[in-house]
Write a protein that binds this ligand. Structure first.
Ligand SMILES: O=C(O)c1ccccc1N[C@@H]1O[C@H](COP(=O)(O)O)[C@@H](O)[C@H]1O
Length: 207
């Protein structure tokens, strides 16, 4: 079984990017959603992305963007993957010259198989709790909404932290986990000790 990939999202400070990389994160998420307290300017994102060594993926998170916004970011920030976290259709996500993952906002009644079928070209499906404001809410959801043998690379998120991530990985065996609030001391301020404990939890579950 491959090791679970780890994405740390919503970084805003160089020291947090360096810490996440040194502690073993596979991917770093930069938020381009202005209402988020973790949102970055293009200049700031370019500065932070430049700190990433090879084989650590720079992910750009968007919520219902207009296409020009994405292009403006891509002209300056070397993103390798796009994360669409709003109500985007398959057509909205395609055609940016980058692979993408699509977030499903999970709550009772959401059919993940149907959702997945409506995004056939996403490289993976991210599952997050349904929250007002689209994401980064630190809220878990009922993991039994994820069908067994889902069949697509699954990125598990939503309220993960050092206390629950090992159980989540053992139970669901996702391709990757994604965390923001659970490794913070304040909105957009990451805590190296919490990142270390989170990564340790994932690795313990990987066995
Ligand atoms: O991080 C944000 O501010 C954010 C804003 C809008 C949409 C998504 C956002 N982050 C993503 O939300 C999930 C869950 O985060 P949390 O760990 O529960 O705080 C995660 O995929 C983040 O990438």
């Amino acid at each position: 079984m491959p090791r679970t990939r780890i994405k740390i999202c919503g970084l805003t400070r160089p020291q947090d990017v360096r810490a996440a990389v040194e502690l073993g994160a596979d991917a770093i998420g930069f938020v381009f959603y202005p209402p988020s307290p973790r949102a970055l300017s293009i200049d700031r994102a370019a500065e932070l992305a430049a700190l990433l060594p090879p084989f650590v993926t720079a992910v750009g998170l968007f919520v219902n963007p207009v296409r020009e916004e994405i292009q403006a970011v891509l002209e300056r920030v070397p993103l390798q993957l796009l994360q669409f976290h709003g109500d985007e259709s398959e057509a909205d996500c395609a055609g940016h010259g980058r692979p993408w993952i699509k977030a499903a906002r999970m709550r009772p009644g959401v059919d993940l198989v149907e959702f997945s079928a409506s995004h056939p070209h996403a490289s993976g499906i991210l599952v997050d709790a349904f929250v007002e404001g689209y994401g980064g809410g630190g809220k878990t959801f009922d993991w039994s909404l994820i069908p067994e043998g889902f069949g697509r690379p699954l990125v598990l998120s939503g309220g993960l932290d050092a206390d629950n991530v090992a159980e989540a990985v053992r139970r669901l065996r996702p391709w990757a986990v994604d965390v923001s609030s659970g490794v913070e001391s304040g909105k957009g301020i990451k805590d190296a000790a919490r990142i270390a404990a989170f990564i340790d939890g994932v690795r313990q579950a990987d066995g």
